[in-house]
Design a protein around this ligand. Sequence first.
Ligand code: F6R
Length: 613
Amino acid sequence: MCGIVGYIGEKNVVDILLQGLYKLEYRGYDSAGIAVIDKDSNELKIIKKVGKIRNLESSMKEDGFFNINTEIGIAHTRWATHGEVNEVNAHPHYDEDKTLAIVHNGIIENYNVIKKWLEEKGVKFKTETDTEVLLYLIKYYYKDDLKQAVLSALKHVIGAYGIVVISKKEPGKMIGARNGSPLVFGIGKDDFVLASDVSAIKPVTDNVIYLEDGHIIEVTKENYKILTLEEREVNAKVHTIDWELESWEKGNFPTYMEKEIHEQPNTIINTTRGRWFFEKGELKLGGIEPVRDLLKKTKKITILGCGTSWHAALIGKYWFEYYADISTEVDYAAEFRYRNPIILEDQIVIAISQSGETADTIGAIREAKIKGATVLGITNVVGSTIARETDAGIYLHAGPEIGVASTKAFIGQLTVLLMMAIYMGRMRRLSIEDTLRVSEEFKKIPDKIEKILKQKDYIREIAGKIIKYNNALYLGRGVNYPVALEGALKFKEISYIHAEGYPAAEMKHGPIALIDENMPTIVIATKDFLYDKIISNIKEVKARKGQVIAIATEDDEAIKSHADYVIYIPDTIDMLTPFLSVIPLQLLAYYAATLKGYDVDKPRNLAKSVTVE
Ligand code: F6R
């Protein structure tokens, strides 16, 4: 969603801001803009454009923006919430005499009340945004100390924000603040940067402070100071970004999504490194070790997430029940937070989120905590809100995921869930013999994924056959039922072809009415104990002239007589099949979308981290 960058220092400000915007592109946006203070004229120079950053860059070239002598500036990618997508509503916002400029992520919930109040005082608004209201509230309090003005304004604000504000009256200063929307502060050699995402900071420095909710930061060229809204000074810890700059690049791949699909064997290796000792059948999960006693006695787990993370949770449920004998329920974070969930004594809630910033998941965590649950987090982003708000947790170590459609993070989430299930299983009834068996099999998964990736040309060919249809059905059973849901989600979100996932047995209770020669059905039909049943489901589809694409276990020759196309995956133990069955489905979606000419990394209307409800 929206992205922020602010920079102060002697390097090329315009260039750093622009590169920062490019780095934030993956989050999803519809317009972008930059504001800098011209050192020669002491004027605020602002440029905004609807559409891609490269449009903004071309206009900047035409307007001579790159020649401005400046040491401070702010920039923003907007994903519209209040007001339509146009230049006026894009950020940075500025006041009528161009003294102040602001960039803002989040939503000011009481903006209407404040707007009315300011209008009564004569303020004329030119945009429909909540951000302009915040800007004029700051201006209302602004005499000659920007930090004090921001502090005074924020005391009246209800809602979520990450902001950076600059003023031409104090051209050597930027003020940042956060509440519920991420803001990270980067400490360079002789410069500072504020951004909503470390990707925009990495080109400047590796040293960062993750600002906390209710913190405000005053940054000058020489120094910085972090305060609470009550003006108590904060001594914040400096962290090091441990992701390499190359991990934000596409390398030799045409898209981030393709790169990330191919990184999955490595994701498993990185996620298990130093944690899962396959030969000994041992697991060391330092992140959840502090709650070990609770893990041992808990009788119920609830797993929460949204979208693909919710699908990972559904698969996790099978593992927690199978390996750890623990009753497990899964809920959409947005549903959990607004119903009245029952939390038992010693219950554990696990929140899963790639970004660690999904608003609904954060809301659900807070609700679970109010109700007394211990909440564990599974996230990919170090220092993210979910990482900080949960009681304990495990990072994916998957490296940055840039493609909007989650692939390698999903594999990382599955890996962590499986490790947790086995770890907790060992505290209960899971024997060393069974642990060694699953360890031995799991060790082979990365190579087996590589083998599936080699079939990409064949999968592209199948994608070519089905892109002419308007609908597709995905079926799976048991632990592969959530994989069917994930396959359908991947397919629809990037190819814009409607797709639905179902537990295969449910088909006859309704969806079967849709089957005809124009409705391809993708069926996960691996050789497990439900194999015969899924073959019956395939026959039901064929009897209605439906086309079937089967994901089958290699050497299953018989399935060729039932399905129109068969994509083979290597054999593994039943519980581990999701790691393999999801790969052809990711590739099928990927090629369907690219063959239709769509931008898979930035599908329409979607954002990488969904920071609004
Ligand atoms: C789909 C996808 C989304 C996310 C969802 C939750 O490919 O990526 O469905 O899974 O928005 O995001 P996180 O995991 O960041 O909480």
